[in-house]
Ligand binder design. Sequence first.
Ligand SMILES: Cc1ncc(COP(=O)(O)O)c(C=O)c1O
Length: 387
Amino acid sequence: MSRFFDIVSKPARNLGTMNAPSTTPAALERRSRLIKLDSNENPFGPSPRVVDAMRAVLSAANFYPDDDCSQLRQGLATHHGVPVEQVLVTAGSTGMLSLLCQTLLAPGLNAVTSERSFIVYSMAVQAAGGRLVEAPMRAGEDSFDLDAILAAIDPNTRIVFLPNPNNPTGTMLDATVVGRFLAQVPGHVVVVLDEAYYEFALGFAALRRVAYPNSLEYLRQGASVVVLRTFSKAHGLAALRVGYGLGPAELLGYCARMRNTFSVSSVAQAAALEAISDSEHIQRVVENNILQSRVLAQGLSALGYRVVPTSANFLFCDLGEDAAAVAARLQDEGVAVRPLRSWGAPSCIRVMIGTPEQNHAFLQAARTIAGSGSRGSQATPAITSAV
Ligand SMILES: Cc1ncc(COP(=O)(O)O)c(C=O)c1O
């Protein structure tokens, strides 16, 4: 077929090539002017305290970072009340996902998740040579079917991914169902409790008087779980690429051996260490998220769209029509949202909950499109990125 097809590894061959520039400088420039509600980031950015902490280490950029992230690891261990050996810091929580896949999977082995879950699982599993099995969701609902996930586990399964809340649906599994599920998972399977939106989920759970799982308690009780957390969302540090896993010391030890050397920069380590204790910033971000989730949900419902109650920092919204076309029209109006065809939901979008001003602008744009009666016509295709 081509010069290298026969000599690259099977996972690389299956994933295909992807090194052409995905965008142009002009498109990037246009994108920088959009109100970005398409990647579940933090609209407020990092806190001033964290920015100061980053500044303080910039002039030492000539030195390699501490490969072990010792101070940050210790800080996280203290913060969570776990031994330091149960903490592994990685380049974003997707870094931890890849390490888990490389450590636990190989050709012939598989990982299980639900359909319509976080899209990076599939890439990480395939890159490790494994196969991702997607169990069906609950019929007619937007939530996971944990019995279907259990039924999909076989002797070759090594990982189950449970994003909680899930991206892109924003739905949350409560403590009772997760506890019941974990009790039934066979011993040869590691359950990855992906809690990228933990801070937002806690806020919504308290409001609704439901119990968000205490995942660290499962770990303390010896369950085969790895809890993923990130500084990309509530802490506003997505560009720095820093996240971590909390899991059994032995398993994390194997994962640590597979890590790329110096993969977490010193700037990221300093920022994350400061961010752990910056509860004021988190509180402000979470409060805005709760208040603004109502504003957005009401605005979208008033336009006749179906909005799924969220436990995260974004809304899953069924427009009942071609969402890619509507997203392209929104982009023409200056707002980026995520159309969800790749998740098997061609009539749905995912929209991040932004600042009051951003949400106002988004709703104005949505009303303009709804009012024009020509949703989707003649629009330029939306510029999108991977997640
Ligand atoms: C469910 C889920 N897990 C993990 C991540 C990745 O976060 P990070 O930036 O830490 O790699 C995301 C980001 O969108 C996510 O939605």
